[in-house]
Design a protein around this ligand. Structure first.
Ligand code: C5P
Length: 218
């Protein structure tokens, strides 16, 4: 019997991470934060001062990197022996990830690493192309979005709570730029998988979003 997969795709800041993690916990399923794989590659490239125009070199680094994910209350990510969890959330890393994610060769190399997360009893997979490319045969598909202003506001609050200085206008601009890059790229652009449940979380609580997704599964 095939292992069930719930895919949650959508733009950055729509609440996919929080919602996916809570759903994985409720269902007792594994969790794939695919964005963290692109982000980890971004960290590896910046550490090695790789030129982001040099696709061949980027692919080499992607092939060579070893990642380990430890899913407890918080997701801990190790690149080789180094715990890179704290760096994953930086704006620079997210923006760099979005630049390299547009390279088709990079996406090809990372495809199997993502599919390897599909293990019993099930998987919640969060990203941009989970339902369209990585797990097209997933039983349950969701597209979770929110207005760019709302997403920037949420991000702003998160950063301020962490004591990180932030500028709302700048964040809104970055989010819109990232949306444009993720949606307009030729390979695996952000798009709504056919049959996906569309949820706009702009005016919804996390519990309400989770309720809608659980209703789809049960
Ligand atoms: O979701 P997150 O913000 O962590 O993703 C960082 C970047 O990685 C995104 O802006 C996107 O360009 C890329 N990404 C992707 N496909 C995925 C997940 C993330 O292209 N499945």
């Amino acid at each position: 019997m095939s292992i069930p997969v719930l895919t949650i795709d959508g733009p950055s800041g729509a609440g996919k991470g929080t919602v996916s993690r809570l759903l994985a916990k409720k269902l007792g399923w594994h969790y794939l934060d695919s964005g963290s794989i692109y982000r980890s590659l971004a960290i590896a490239l910046l550490k090695q001062s790789v030129d982001l125009e040099n696709a061949a070199r980027i692919v080499d680094v992607a092939q060579a990197m070893t990642l380990a994910f430890e899913c407890g209350d918080e997701l801990i990510v190790k690149l080789g022996d180094e715990d890179i969890t704290a760096q994953l959330g930086l704006e620079l890393i997210g923006n760099t990830a979005s630049i390299i994610a547009a390279l088709p060769e990079v996406r090809r190399v990372l495809l199997q690493k993502q599919r390897d997360f599909r293990r019993h009893p099930g998987l919640v997979a969060d990203g941009r192309d989970m339902g369209t490319v990585v797990f097209p045969d997933a039983e349950y598909k969701v597209f979770l979005t929110a207005s760019s202003e709302k997403r920037a506001e949420r991000r702003y609050k998160q950063l301020i709570e962490k004591g990180i200085d932030a500028n709302l206008t700048r964040l809104t601009k970055d989010i819109e730029e990232r949306d444009r890059r993720d949606s307009e790229r030729a390979t695996a652009p952000l798009s709504i998988a056919s049959g996906a449940l569309f949820i706009d979380s702009s005016d919804m609580t996390i519990d309400a979003v989770i309720g809608e997704v659980l209703a789809l599964i049960h």
